[in-house]
Structure formats: structure tokens, C-alpha cells
Design a protein around this ligand. Sequence first.
Ligand code: 3PG
Length: 306
Amino acid sequence: MKVLIATDKPFAAEAVRGIREVVEGAGYELALLEKYTEKQQLLDAVATADAAIIRSDIFDDEVLAAGKQLKIVVRAGAGYDNIDLDSSKAKNIVVMNTPGQNANAVAELVFGLTVYAIRNFYNGTSGTELLGKKLGIHAYGNVGRNVARVAKGFGMEVYAYDPFLSKEAIEAEGVEAVSSVEELYSTCQFVSLHIPATAETKNSINYALLSKLPKKGVLINTARKEVINEAELVKALEERADLKYLTDIKPGNHDELVAKFADRYFATPKKMGAQTAEANINAGIAAAKQIVDFFQTGNEKFRVNK
Ligand code: 3PG
């Protein structure tokens, strides 16, 4: 049995060691493909693998078809919009994620970006503070919960909107539930995005919503670039010189945003919310254990392509 780690953005070495221990401990072989530059390298590597551990690596129909022995793909992380779920299901390949395992890392980066924003990109001028300010969490899942926990440490007032959770469930955690996305954006100076990229959410963060942000509004996006209507983001930033947008996923119009709003727009060079040793260890080892458990007992608890 061969387990392939295919990561364009490599795990920390410690995480790879932990994954190796789990995989080899079960008597399986571990193969490693990191920082690949051509799709062909992925197609070749996947051809002899029975299982794959991936991150945001694209597993489309072509890659899944090349994995002739592939029985399971585990996305070491939360979002699985990089995997063709229909194709994998048709090919009887089980797809899983590892929910929650990298959530704290993403949440901590939210505050790294937020403080960077309100201290004027550390340019030495006088900034503002988070204490007593309103933070809106757009989708209250694993990352959202961690964001709420850290926000309380900063002394912020925390609000959340999540159409899949009851008001009671959110408020039981000491977070104010709002009843619409519009209410979240009009109430909170700071909004942190945690929605997945789906047919419904793509392009959904538009001019109408951004315009609702209170004075000196800051939108932090550590979710997916596809959820932003990029042309309308430009329009909102052009109209309101008080708005800021910071993200860990470069938008398609990154160069235009840098040229027009260098002091109000920032994107990390690579998606890096989950790029910590701890997150890599947690998510990578969880993925390896899920694979071993799947082969040994048939456990499909974290399957996402049923
Ligand atoms: C996730 O969906 O888990 C995060 O976006 C992290 O993605 P990454 O593993 O590519 O850093």
C-alpha cells in the first residue's frame, strides 16, 4: 500500500516525520512529492499511489483518472473545493478532510492581519486599537469559533452570522448572533470571512455588502478568493478611502489593487493561514490516521463525497 503526500506548499518537516511514523507504522510505504512545478509530476506520482494526502493541490478529473489505484484522498485541512467530488465519487475514490485541525492557525493569522491593518501597515504613524470594537464573523465553523475565542482576548464585541446554525447555538458561546449577512456587515467595523467557496457563495461579497461596513471598515479574508466579487471590491475601495482589505489569498486583480490601494490592501504571497508547524502536524497526522483507519476498518467518518 503506497501513501503519497502531494503538497505544492510543503508541510513542516516535523509534520512529514509524524505522517511517516503513522504510515510506516501501519506497514505502508510513504512517497513524497513537494513543491512540484508541472502537473505531469503530480500525474506521475499519483499513478502508483493507493492513498493521497494533499492540501490546496488541485485534484481534478485528470489527476483522479491518473490515480488508477487510488482509493482515498485526504485533504489535510478544511476546504475541499480543490477536489472534483463528482469525478472522485464516480471513480469510487473516497475524499475526506480533517476539519478543525488547522483552525487555530488560521484564526491567529486573522489577528496578525487585523492588527497590521489598524496600525497602518506598521508604517510608524498613529493607529487604532481592537479593544471594545465590533468584530463580525462571517460563518461560525471551526475557524470562526477560534476567531471568537481570540477576539474576546482582545476585548472585542463579537458577532457572527451563520445560516446553518441556530441563534441559540451561537449565543451559547457568548457570541451575538445576527439574523442576516447585511446586518453583520452594517454592525461590525471588522469582518472576518470564513465561508467556503461554493456555487452560492462565489462572488457573494459584493459592493452592496462592502458599502455597509461602518466607518474605517476592515475586511479580512482567510477563506477563499472566489467568494469576493473582485471588480466590486475595487469599486468599494475607490469610493471609500476609509476601507481596507487584507487577505491570505491573492485575488485575481492583485496587481491592480496594489497599484491603486497600496496603503489599504495587503495579500500574503502564498495562502498561509494554515502554514504553521502545529497546523501541519495536526492536519497531516490526522490525515494519515484517517487513511490507516479507512484501510483497516473502513471508517468513513470524515468522508465529504458520499
Ligand atoms: C483549508 O482549507 O484548510 C485552508 O485554506 C488551508 O489551506 P492550505 O492547506 O493549502 O494551507
